[in-house]
Design a protein around this ligand. Structure first.
Ligand code: 4NP
Length: 153
């Protein structure tokens, strides 16, 4: 199973989603590949934002080794599931999809949580938003792990 988390910059939200899901996958000893990317190229090659690194660390997750990369059309072939952090990312990913099979792989990450909101808020401009984003992603990753496991078993 190959799973890709996608946001805009690949420095705040999707690196956290990658770290959180990797941690859960490891705990369950699943043989899954989890990665992340950004639809924009502004931060390519950079480490995750220090505030994302700090909130991950606080919860026992190390994301310091991650480096930002840009999402490409090839990711739609390579990965089994692609989770967008918000509707804007979702639209930008779908714009690159060329087959129904590729389109089916793309989901909003909050789709499975039962939450009313569809978007994980971008915490880039809000120092206080990172813990809330962590909690949203932790819940979403627990749910999607279960749902994907059920789908493939
Ligand atoms: P992310 O947050 O998409 O969660 O990584 C952002 C990071 C950088 C920018 C926007 C959002 N930026 O405009 O540079």
């Amino acid at each position: 199973m190959k799973i890709l988390m996608v946001c805009l910059g690949n420095i705040c939200r999707s690196p956290l989603a990658e770290g959180i899901l990797q941690n859960k996958v490891k705990q369950q000893q699943l043989d899954w590949w989890v990665d992340s990317a950004g639809t924009g190229a502004y931060h390519v090659g950079e480490q995750p934002d220090p505030r994302s690194r700090a909130v991950a660390q606080k919860h026992g997750i190390d994301i310091n080794m991650q480096r930002a990369r840009q999402f490409t059309a090839a990711d739609l072939e390579k990965f089994d599931f692609i989770f967008a952090m918000d509707r804007s990312n979702y639209r930008n990913i779908l714009a690159l999809a060329t087959t129904p099979k590729q389109k089916e792989k793309v989901h909003l990450i909050l789709e499975f949580t039962g939450a009313a909101e569809q978007n994980v808020p971008d915490p880039y401009w809000d120092d206080n938003g990172f813990e809330q984003v962590y909690q949203m992603l932790d819940k979403a990753c627990s749910r999607l792990l279960k749902i994907v496991e059920e789908k493939v078993s």
